[in-house]
Design a protein around this ligand. Structure first.
Ligand code: NAD
Length: 500
């Protein structure tokens, strides 16, 4: 069995560490690969390589950097099917989901292709007599990215295309659970013409992460993952003087107004609560119908559809719901379902007793639907990160908004209604970073920026779009004065090029 090493200087490198992790196919529970877990010394070698490549890449004109991005975009398109299969075999998500995440990642590369336009500075002429003032954005140097298992291609693509296009070099530490797709994409970037050392991958665990957070040559860290780890990354990274953005966990509510089209709502909930087995930071995990009648009608429409979800591995093209990522995650989700029952929530659809012939050791959980969940219950408060939807009945629209605003997380939310007034009030007042109106998963397009509020984000910057450009550059502002008086040609020594 091959052991996945690191990617540095446009080549695979085994590193010097002898620690390894196992990569497991979640559909079967079988070990399908192994990856090296970097030592502090391995991280140092890779960061130093990135730092050596940084001045040359920063001096490369943005239009030339953009040319690499154009090539890279074409290669990602061409290799989408191959990348999706590799991704699904380690993550477990359906092939349409895997292709979808690659397509969303490609959008960020397309955004990065516009870097000459995005880096244009500002100029103020004559701020005082003979004095002009102008600002430019310059790259930071080495930027590190630390990413989660749930979007092994897309989340890294939120980071490095913008960082690299801005003139930085990059060291990516992907999730140890599904790192192979990143390694293949690294090869494509090299094929696209990226100079050695500009994009590097270090495989590893906490040892590698801590080494990146402490390394003096790492200027900035982009993190996406759980809130507990994100808080740690933010405090350790910023205590070391680095710029840090940490996008974290979530609990996303979808408000169902009495006038909403419930067929449309249940379509939206099937996709947003159960798609990718609920392992999305923008998954809807709480439906909030307003009024008892809306709630009864919603549960009636939704329950049969949840029961009918096709649970199968990604190799079955009719699969709608694949396995969750690991045994640990499987047990974690089961324990929340048990807690929900103990606390008195009503389990309308119980997806626990699922067994697929030939996949008995896989981590499959069918769709679960809880009704009459209350805000004090752990299944409401905590991120479960599985195919479990809770219905919390709200007596009024105001109660629904209050519920969302009081929750510690603030990543995404949505309202379904035909009433423009309610919709406008909702997006204006709700304390959440990304809001959908009749759109269940309001993930911004790449030229806007992605990010939550409250405990869903530590740091100031959202990711990709102009926020990504700001995060990955430092502003420099010049004030210049030139003596007045136009010289005539006779005052120049033309041959020596000197002013006389
Ligand atoms: P995770 O926090 O366990 O891991 C994320 C990264 O941190 C991985 O690379 C991992 O190796 C590293 N890590 C794990 N434990 C560490 C430790 N003790 N010290 C240092 N580094 C450590 O997250 P996950 O389980 O891979 O991903 C799921 C989480 O990510 C969910 O909470 C989800 O909401 C969140 N997420 C958030 C967003 C967002 O944009 N807000 C997007 C995707 C996923």
């Amino acid at each position: 069995m091959n052991i996945l090493g690191h990617f540095v200087s446009n080549e695979f490198w085994p590193g010097a560490s002898n620690r390894i992790s196992e990569i497991v196919n979640p559909a079967t529970g079988a070990v399908t690969g192994k990856a090296t877990l970097a030592s502090v010394e391995d991280v140092d070698t890779i960061v130093r390589t990135a730092a050596e490549a940084a001045p040359g890449w920063a001096a490369t004109p943005p239009a030339k950097r953009a040319m690499v991005m154009f090539e890279f975009r074409d290669l990602l398109k061409k290799h989408t099917n191959e990348l999706a299969e590799l991704l699904s075999s380690e993550h477990g998500k359906t092939l349409p989901d895997a292709k979808g995440e690659i397509a969303r990642g490609i959008e960020v590369v397309e955004f990065a292709c516009g870097i000459p336009q995005l880096l244009k500075g500002e100029y103020s002429e004559a701020v005082a007599a003979n004095v002009d003032c102008f600002s430019v954005r310059q790259p930071l140097g080495v930027v590190a990215g630390i990413t989660p298992f749930n979007f092994p291609a897309m989340v890294p693509l939120w980071m490095y295309p913008v960082a690299i296009a801005c003139g930085n070099t990059f060291v990516l530490k992907p999730s140890e659970k599904d790192p192979s797709v990143v390694m293949r994409i690294a090869e494509l970037l090299a094929q696209a013409g990226l100079p050695p050392g500009v994009f590097n991958v270090v495989n590893g665990d906490k040892v590698a992460v801590d080494a990146l957070l402490d390394h003096p040559l790492v200027e900035a860290v982009s993190f996406v993952g759980s809130t507990a780890i994100g808080r740690y990354i933010y405090s350790r990274g910023s205590a070391n003087g680095k710029r840090v953005q940490a996008l974290c966990g979530a609990k996303n509510h979808l408000v169902v107004m009495p006038d909403a089209d419930l067929e449309q709502v249940s379509d939206a909930l099937i996709g947003s609560a159960y798609g990718s087995a609920g392992e999305r930071c923008m998954a809807i995990s709480v439906a909030v119908p307003v009024g008892e009648d809306t709630a009864d009608r919603l549960v009636d429409v939704l329950a049969p559809r949840v029961r009918a979800l096709k649970v199968a591995p990604f190799t079955d093209p009719s699969s709608e719901l694949g396995p969750v990522i690991s045994k640990q995650s499987y047990d974690h989700i089961h324990s929340y379902i048990e807690q929900g029952l103990e606390k008195g929530a009503e389990l309308v659809v119980d997806g626990r007793e699922i067994s697929l012939q030939g996949y008995e050791d896989g981590y499959f959980i069918g769709g679960c639907l809880f009704d009459r969940v209350t805000p004090d219950m752990p299944i409401y408060k905590d991120e479960i990160f599985g195919p479990v939807l809770s219905v919390v009945r709200a007596a009024s629209y105001e109660d629904a908004v209050g519920l969302i605003n009081d929750h510690e997380y603030g990543n995404g939310t949505a309202i379904f209604t035909r009433d423009g007034d309610a919709a406008r009030d909702f997006w204006a007042r709700v304390r959440i970073g990304m809001v959908g109106v009749n759109v269940p998963i309001p993930v911004p397009v790449a030229y806007h920026s992605f990010g939550g509020w409250k405990r869903s984000l530590f740091g100031d910057h959202h990711i990709h779009g102009m926020e990504g450009v700001r995060f990955n550059t430092r502003l420099k502002t010049m004030t210049t004065r030139w003596p007045s008086g136009i010289r005539t040609g006779a005052e120049f020594d033309i041959t020596g090029g000197k002013v006389v």
